[in-house]
Design a protein around this ligand. Structure first.
Ligand code: NAP
Length: 255
């Protein structure tokens, strides 16, 4: 009788060359997964993949600008040819639109004076890029025995939290770009989860917390590894795990 070989899990992380994405890559690799490091700059993707390999993990760079349909198709083709399936997709790539500033300094997000081109650019990456990558990878995810999709959202996506004038998020400047883009992402998460529930694909959104990265000029109080932990938990859910949820390390985040 032929011996049954163990299924080697393959994970793709977008925006994986730094910050939370890199933390996710390191943790998934430490769990024994083969991790594909999505990065729009191939050199920086390869640097991250090489560092993970040097630490004993299995990682490979994939050139992937989530707003570039040619990149998205080519990435799916490479995964198809090299592995033939995908187990985990982490849609982590994201931009604030304000560059590297603390959230309480993002004056250019204020709705009444926002530059519409900036709003479009933020939605292009944070929302439309997720649709493009997810749809390109879904045929490969469907070949996994336990497919998982995790969309990296934010507490700033929560309409409950951000509409409370006395709540902890009242200190944030009003935002017409980043915060609504993440609300759209959590909404999209629910719609994908609803479509894919019958196929066993678990799709969840996660708020990593306030993590010190370039995106907030390193004003966050969590490390990238701490921010990545909640993402990794949702990437490794068992068959009875939730879908269509929005979670942080502390539990459910209110919509
Ligand atoms: P970061 O250090 O700035 O990393 C963002 C990553 O996304 C980088 O690898 C960046 O690539 C990549 N990226 C941006 N646009 C892309 C595109 N079009 N195609 C592919 N990759 C792209 O920020 P981070 O804080 O780790 O953010 C990761 C995710 O967590 C984002 O979705 C963010 O909104 C979310 N988040 C962060 C926090 C926080 O406190 N840090 C809180 C809530 C949610 P380059 O290096 O080429 O720019």
């Amino acid at each position: 009788m032929g011996e049954k070989t163990a299924h080697q899990k393959i994970a793709l992380v977008t925006g994986a060359n730094k910050g939370i994405g890199r933390g996710i890559v390191e943790q998934l690799a430490a769990l024994g997964m083969t991790v594909l490091v999505g990065a729009r700059d191939p050199r920086r993707g390869e640097e991250t993949a090489a560092a993970v390999r040097a630490a004993g993990g299995d990682a490979h760079a994939v050139t992937l600008d989530v707003t570039d349909q040619a990149d998205v198709q080519e990435a799916a083709k490479q995964v198809e040819e090299r592995f033939g399936y995908l187990d985990v997709l982490i849609n982590n790539a994201g931009i604030t639109g304000s560059g590297q500033v603390a959230p309480d300094e993002a004056h250019d997000q204020v709705p009444s004076s926002v530059d519409l081109a900036m709003v479009r650019a933020v939605f292009e990456t944070n929302v439309f890029g997720v649709i493009a990558v997810t749809n390109a990878m879904l045929p490969l995810l469907r070949r996994s025995p336990a497919p998982r999709v995790v969309n990296v959202s934010s507490h700033a996506a929560s309409l409950t939290l951000t509409s409370d004038p006395d709540g902890p998020f009242a200190v944030l400047l009003p935002s017409a770009a980043y915060s609504p883009s993440k609300s759209a992402l959590t909404a999209l998460t629910v719609q994908y989860a609803n479509e894919l529930r019958k196929d066993g694909v678990l799709v969840n959104a996660v708020a990593p917390g306030f993590v010190a990265t370039d995106s907030n000029n390193h004003t966050g109080f969590l490390t990238a590894a701490q921010g990545a932990a909640a993402v990794v938990r949702l990437a490794t859910l068992g068959a009875d795990g939730p879908t269509a949820g929005f979670f942080s390390e502390e539990g459910s985040v209110p919509w």
